[in-house]
Design a binder for this molecule. Structure first.
Ligand SMILES: [Zn+2]
Ligand SMILES: [Zn+2]
Length: 413
């Protein structure tokens, strides 16, 4: 892509100093969000905290209609283009076991993926950029998003117009994700191309005809055929897909029958399907459904194999990933920026944004100081801990990316 040059120096003091000055406020906001976590698309308490943090800033605010999102647009004092920054806000159905002073007050709900940090960082970036509004060459869309954890909140916000909130499409979009392990505190990692997997569901029902278990030839037993499908799917993964563009299929749910001496009418299983390229995703979608249908037919059974497209591959634009890595290196030093060697097998609904806007998804290490990243509990664990020290760095990086990218894009037209 064009227009991504080296970042221009900007007037005013370093953004990093601005973030350091509000670090205590960021931690306080993060702790309040952490103590009152909410799941899914409807996060009214979290939305109120965000609105409180943005109160008084020169932002155009739009609240979601079908979800409790907050879209905030900052219009800079200088002519320019638009950049989007995104922070997700939802928690997970987990009972927290960290023992932290600000641990979740809600049994069964926990910010175990660090989205409380993302929300606070984005609010911090909005505050810092608002204070620099007069020098800002263009617009920034702050996308406060519910429902990342399996509810496709980003897709809902796109349908409600977040990408057009400033009146023109953003030239770039960025999101950070903290990691409680595997990446040391303060380290930044990203890569060009595939960054996270696509996550889809294969939902299979095998239909036969039940009967007495002692006379299977008089029935049509769905269980052996369903078992054959489970192993055949694994064989398909190794024989049909390149090891350099892999897919992962895991059958996580398998149910059939009621007792030992009855052949049931049906067997049912669910699999998660992960892929790292659109080509592999298209191939596995078709191949898995055909495999199931043909094995069923071979045994004289019926099968329905529904392939549910959930989250697409999260694909970083190569120029934007390089731009973000360079900004991080300039801010924090080369030693804190890693080229991520391969995509992560998790999935992200920021992928829906990156399908329409070039941008980058960036990991930020938040492993507690003094803890070994190799053994610390990872995101989604009930004892996962994210260090507040990542807050100022994440805020700095988001704000700096918007400033630099707008400066690099130049005026419209
Ligand atoms: Zn998560
Ligand atoms: Zn997450």
């Amino acid at each position: 892509m064009t227009g991504v040059g080296p970042g221009s120096p900007l007037p005013g003091g370093p953004v990093r100093d601005d973030a350091a000055a509000i670090a205590a406020d960021l931690a306080e906001l993060r702790h309040r969000i952490h103590q009152e976590p909410e799941i899914g698309l409807d996060l009214p308490q979290t939305q109120q905290k965000v609105l409180g943090a943005l109160d008084g800033l020169p932002l155009e605010l739009t609240l979601g209609r079908g979800l409790s999102s907050v879209t905030a647009v900052l219009r800079g004092g200088q002519p320019g283009r638009t950049v989007l920054l995104r922070g997700d806000m939802d928690a997970l159905p987990i009972t927290e076991r960290t023992g932290l002073g600000y641990a979740s007050a809600v049994t069964g709900v926990m910010h175990a993926c660090g989205h409380d940090l993302h929300t606070a960082m984005l609010a911090g970036a909005a505050r810092i950029l608002s204070a620099r509004r007069h020098e800002l060459p263009g617009n920034v869309i702050f996308m406060f998003q519910p429902g990342e954890e399996g509810h496709a909140g980003a897709r809902h916000m796109i349908n409600e117009g977040v990408l057009d909130a400033a009146g023109e499409r953003p030239v770039a979009a960025y999101a950070l994700h903290v990691a409680s392990a595997q990446l040391g505190l303060g380290l930044v990692a990203t890569r060009a191309g595939s960054m996270m997997a696509a996550a889809d569901v294969l939902d299979v029902t095998v239909r036969g005809h039940g009967g007495h278990a002692s006379q299977p030839h008089l029935a049509a037993d769905p269980i052996p055929a369903a078992c054959e499908m489970v192993t055949a799917l694994q064989t398909m993964v190794t024989r049909r897909f390149s090891v350099f563009d892999p897919v992962v299929i895991t059958v996580g749910s398998f149910h059939a029958g009621t007792t030992d001496n009855v052949i049931p009418d049906e067997a049912h299983f669910l699999a998660t399907v992960r892929s790292f390229s659109t080509a592999a995703r298209d191939q596995v979608r078709a191949a898995s459904q055909r495999l199931v249908a043909d094995i069923a037919a071979a045994h004289g059974l019926q099968a329905s194999a529904e392939y549910l497209d959930e989250y697409p591959v999260t694909v970083n634009d190569a120029a934007e990933a390089a731009f973000a890595a360079q900004a991080a290196a300039d801010l924090f030093g080369d030693g804190r920026v890693l080229a991520q060697p391969h995509p992560l097998p998790g999935a992200e609904d920021f992928s829906f944004v990156l399908e329409q806007v070039p941008g980058a998804f960036i990991m930020l290490g938040a492993c507690p100081a003094g803890t070994d990243p190799a053994t610390a509990p990872f995101n989604h664990a009930a004892d996962a801990v994210f260090d507040d020290a990542a807050l100022a760095d994440g805020t700095t990086l988001l704000a700096e990316l918007a400033l630099r990218r707008l400066a690099a894009a130049g005026p419209p037209g």
